[in-house]
Ligand binder design. Sequence first.
Ligand code: AMP
Length: 303
Amino acid sequence: MGILVVGSVAFDSVQTPFGRVEEVLGGSGTYFSTSASFFTDVSLVAVVGEDFPREHIDFLAGRNIDLEGLQVQPGRTFRWAGEYGYDLNEAHTLDTQLNVFERFSPVLPEAYRDAEYVFLGNIDPELQLRVLEQVRRPKLVACDTMNFWIDGRRDALLRTLERVDMLLINEAEARQLAGEANLVKAARKILDMGPSSLVVKRGEYGALMFDRHSIFAAPAYPLEEVFDPTGAGDTFAGGFLGYLASCNNLDAAALRQGVIFGSVMASFVVEQFSLDRLRSLDYRDVEERFRRFQLLTDFEGIG
Ligand code: AMP
């Protein structure tokens, strides 16, 4: 079972305490689809400008990502600039240039409309809704968003959330969306907005998955080298949902394993700038780190 994703494809300029890069490949759709492509077939719906280089298209196509839904429009590709201090959990946006996204209207190729797994990556919630209107009978719709849209497009976001099964956001976004400082109470409020499950990403502290009856906590993999957290959330989502789509199973055990696969993929992407670590990654590395994750929290066996 494959997965359909709509998201941004971007040029990112990023400064962290460990270095700086200008106009490198980024975007929520890019990170998500590259990560998910380790597990399943991916179809990407997005837009780029005429300035988007062939080498990036070739990279995505080389990961077997279906690009029929990637539009090339006159104008400049979306650009994002951000910076991180020593607290790598918090990105400070310096600049957002929507460019070709301002006039983007996602049109799903016919073959995409029967997608059973759908990820609405972090873009304008109006556009997320337009994608949802074009898919026929999805089994799972998951969605991401960020402060930019929680602040600027709250009404559209709430309409999208009514039609979403799972929301994946970071801790600060959960508090902001719910207007509630306590995370457990915030989760309850968000579940009342529509989704039946909520995954709260907590950077180096891991992730929490809430539904109406239970909470699952996963640690982040303890790493010595973290260079650039950009894309960690989308890469997490790609591993998580890519795994679920690959086993076509949404029971509680599969969801929990998916959270760990998501955490594994995120732990790799932060080791280098942009998507560079994923370029050299092999599926055997993914399986190996998944096993290390099991040992990390095993308090019944040998450890
Ligand atoms: P993450 O670090 O996983 O939350 O996502 C970072 C990615 O989101 C970067 O590669 C950016 O290009 C992209 N991004 C940042 N702001 C926006 C926005 N307002 N809309 C769409 N994508 C964005």
